[in-house]
Ligand binder design. Structure first.
Ligand SMILES: Cc1cc2nc3c(=O)[nH]c(=O)nc-3n(C[C@H](O)[C@H](O)[C@H](O)COP(=O)(O)OP(=O)(O)OC[C@H]3O[C@@H](n4cnc5c(N)ncnc54)[C@H](O)[C@@H]3O)c2cc1C
Ligand SMILES: NC(=O)c1ccc[n+]([C@@H]2O[C@H](COP(=O)([O-])OP(=O)(O)OC[C@H]3O[C@@H](n4cnc5c(N)ncnc54)[C@H](OP(=O)(O)O)[C@@H]3O)[C@@H](O)[C@H]2O)c1
Length: 420
């Protein structure tokens, strides 16, 4: 059932082993501690903040677990976001449970500091992560989840494992949303999603249209406007949110008012807007970037605005949002026909726990619980709720634990650093 894999790297106590070894030898999936017939009680897919927060919560439960991530590193997508990105919440409100974000709690850390913090988090709690390992498919085999893995490696060797429960923590922003804009096929300029944008250098001197009115659109359009002629094109005006009402960061207000804890679900998205300390509003007021209602069509050389005026454009940046990338759950269908994803490939869940497939949970989906879901500060509470529910389900399904074996490299031995 558990076949050898060729690459992979674990951190924490299981660190140190790379190369051609079976999964067990990497220390991530020792059968000791797992329910009979499975390799691990809980498999967490993704080792970004959501997966790490799930790992932290799982450490307290006594079930065996491991995290796998397709990337070569722990910490998720942060290193790949655009170069100038800083957190919208201060360091003091941007930590995962158990380890404060370093430095002045009032500052807004840079993207790279978040990536470093998450790497340190995994090490500090010795979370068992196997990197370089993509989950290709999750199925239900009648008694457990059967998970196909593809390792990054020269021969792309595959392996599989059986897990009693699965937490999908592969990110709420994994798939760029690329709307089918009229005229897009005829447009002869460059078109890219903001997820591929890094810095303004390559756009110097160009005429650029940025589509969208979210944080990405406003921030990227504003920095591009320093080197290019830029228009922000959006279906609705920008909804501004003050970064520091009455001089206190808005994330403190949402916490102390209790708004953040409310189970608003997807409605939470409706109160989110563009956070601004005044500089972006000032830039738009100065016309750098300009703003216009959404163009009606792309043309071979640019765009046609709603008033019929055509304008040449070199580059269109689509800051049109993201969707979760959960394609590996597509074949997760129970014998009675219930599936993990709906017809639009969206997960069917309530507060991160699948409503169709027992033993399946999510951490990191926008609006999964409330306002803070899919943020650094929200990952811990969301993970705690989901882990509690899934481990309950797991215990009900498999009440007989495996007999205690010899000391193993399983991932759940008590650790002085593990959370209580
Ligand atoms: C531009 C931008 C700015 C943001 N700024 C902030 C901010 O300031 N503050 C804040 O709190 N939040 C912010 N967020 C939201 C959120 O905190 C980040 O998106 C964060 O990266 C989400 O963490 P995650 O762990 O859920 O997902 P990710 O960081 O995307 O990590 C998911 C991991 O899953 C892995 N994975 C995916 N598919 C598979 C698979 N099939 N098999 C194995 N592994 C897989 C990936 O390799 C990745 O490492 C921002 C989001 C964006 C897009
Ligand atoms: N740390 C930071 O400062 C920072 C920076 C960037 C992003 N982020 C976070 O990253 C996440 C993603 O943000 P984002 O700005 O990339 O995406 P987003 O918030 O989802 O915004 C997407 C934008 O695209 C627009 N859009 C979607 N489809 C469209 C279409 N067919 N035509 C025209 N416009 C369309 C939406 O407009 P409608 O409203 O009309 O649908 C919306 O304005 C958010 O959680 C955000 O807070 C944080």
């Amino acid at each position: 059932m558990l076949q050898p894999t060729t690459t992979g790297q674990a951190v924490g106590r299981a660190v140190a082993t790379t190369g051609a070894e079976p999964v067990d030898a990497l220390g991530c999936c020792s059968p000791q501690g797992a329910r009979p017939g499975t390799d691990v009680d809980v498999l967490v897919i993704g080792a970004g903040q959501a997966g790490l927060a799930a790992g932290y919560a799982l450490r307290r439960t006594g079930v065996s677990f491991t995290l796998v991530d397709a990337a070569a590193h722990v910490g998720g997508s942060w290193a790949g976001y655009y170069d100038s990105l800083t957190l919208f919440s201060p360091a003091g409100r941007s930590a995962l449970p158990g380890l404060p974000f370093p430095g002045d709690p009032g500052r807004y850390p840079h993207r790279d500091e978040v990536a470093a913090y998450l790497r340190r988090y995994a090490e500090h709690f010795a979370l068992p992560v196997r990197t370089g390992t993509r989950v290709q498919r999750v199925r239900w085999d009648g008694a457990a989840f059967s998970v196909s893995l593809a390792a990054r490696g020269e021969d792309g060797a595959r392996s599989s494992l059986r897990a009693g429960a699965v937490i999908a923590a592969s990110g709420g922003f994994g798939a760029p949303h690329l709307p089918d804009l009229p005229g897009a096929r005829e447009f002869g300029g460059q078109m890219l999603h903001v997820g591929r944008y890094r810095s303004p250098t390559a756009f110097a001197g160009q005429r650029v249209v940025v589509v969208g009115a979210g944080n990405s659109a406003v921030q990227v359009a504003t920095e591009l406007a320093e080197v290019a002629t830029v228009t922000l094109a959006s279906r609705a005006p920008v909804r501004w949110r003050s970064q520091r009402p009455l001089g206190v960061d808005v994330h403190h207000w949402t916490r102390f008012s209790g708004v953040e804890a409310l189970p608003l679900g997807r409605h939470a998205q409706q109160v989110v807007g563009v956070l601004d300390d005044g500089r972006y509003r000032a830039a738009l007021a100065a016309g750098r970037p300009g703003r216009r209602p959404m163009f009606t069509t792309l043309t071979p050389t640019g765009v046609r605005w709603a008033d019929g005026v055509e304008e040449d454009v070199d580059t269109v940046v689509l800051a049109t949002g993201y969707r979760p990338d959960l394609g590996y759950l597509r074949d997760l269908v129970l014998p009675d026909g219930r599936s993990a994803l709906d017809a639009r490939q969206d997960p069917m869940h309530r507060r991160g726990v699948s409503t169709t497939v027992p033993g399946l949970g999510y951490v990191g989906l926008p609006g999964q619980h409330g306002l803070a879901s899919a943020t650094l500060r929200g990952a811990g509470p969301d993970a705690r709720r989901v882990v509690r529910r899934l481990t309950d389900q797991l215990r009900r399904r498999a009440p007989t634990p495996a007999p205690p074996g010899p000391a193993s490299r399983t991932t759940t031995r008590p650790d002085p650093r593990s959370p209580r």
